[in-house]
Design a protein around this ligand. Structure first.
Ligand SMILES: [Zn+2]
Ligand SMILES: [Zn+2]
Length: 239
């Protein structure tokens, strides 16, 4: 109940913090007060992470145990948040209750992680942003897709190119499957939506939440087949 109140208030009273309902100063561009923004920082991934998949690891050990056994088709993945607590609550307001105004805040934190995690890559400032594509019919049903929305926001926030160069073939992964199951199930789920001449040499591939990495890896595999040589992945949160 306590958790529901701020949402109800913010729904009827724009200009109030989405999390705690305190009034926001008129010049505030994020729908969160400074205290709540500070609190969200608690969920940012600041630990040492696996050099490949971005999973927090106990020490500077290079790759995590899982990535020593398997590989992904992308070069590197990083997330901004742990998918927990207040972050998960706000993300649900965005995804399921369409609080689109949160995307500007998400764009700012994504930009921060993008810079910290990938600025060593040659040609970093020109890397275009590519969203993972929604399932067929999803946009018609829901009216939008959160990953495309986030990517567009990040694109306008940073001035980077937005490229929609992937589409789903219709095969959909099962949420209940483990990594192996998902990998088998998702193979062939994507195809390029533009001819090879139109793909960039390198790109940043975006998704909202990283779970097993199978979606990003299969998208990266598809991009590589169409001529993209290096794919770097960025997600808002890690589950
Ligand atoms: Zn607040
Ligand atoms: Zn790893």
């Amino acid at each position: 109940m306590l958790k529901k109140m701020p949402y109800v208030l913010s729904y009827v009273l724009p200009g109030y913090c989405l999390r705690c309902s305190s009034p926001l100063p008129p010049q505030r561009i994020f729908p969160l007060c400074t205290d709540c923004q500070e609190l969200l920082n608690k969920y940012r991934i600041r630990e040492k992470v696996c050099s490949l998949c971005g999973k927090p690891v106990p020490s500077e050990s290079g790759r995590c145990l899982v990535c020593r056994e398997r590989s992904f088709s992308f070069e590197r993945h990083r997330s901004v948040f742990h998918y927990r607590g207040d972050f998960a609550y706000l993300y649900r307001l965005y995804k399921f209750h369409k609080h689109y105004e949160l995307a500007l805040y998400f764009a700012e934190v994504l930009q921060d992680t993008l810079y910290k995690s990938f600025s060593d890559i040659p040609g970093f400032s020109d890397l275009p942003l590519v969203p993972t594509p929604p399932r067929p019919g999803k946009k018609r049903r829901a009216g939008w897709d959160q990953t495309e929305h986030l990517t567009r926001r990040l694109s306008s926030y940073t001035g980077r190119r937005y490229l929609r160069i992937l589409k789903r073939t219709g095969k959909t992964p099962q949420k209940t499957l483990d990594y192996e199951g998902r990998m088998n199930n998702i193979q062939g789920a994507f195809e390029p939506s533009v001819p090879p001449a139109k793909v960039p040499e390198r790109c940043i591939l975006l998704d909202d939440v990283f779970t097993t990495g199978s979606t990003l890896s299969e998208c990266a595999e598809t991009l590589k087949k169409s001529g993209v040589r290096r794919i770097y992945c960025l997600t808002l949160a890690r589950d």
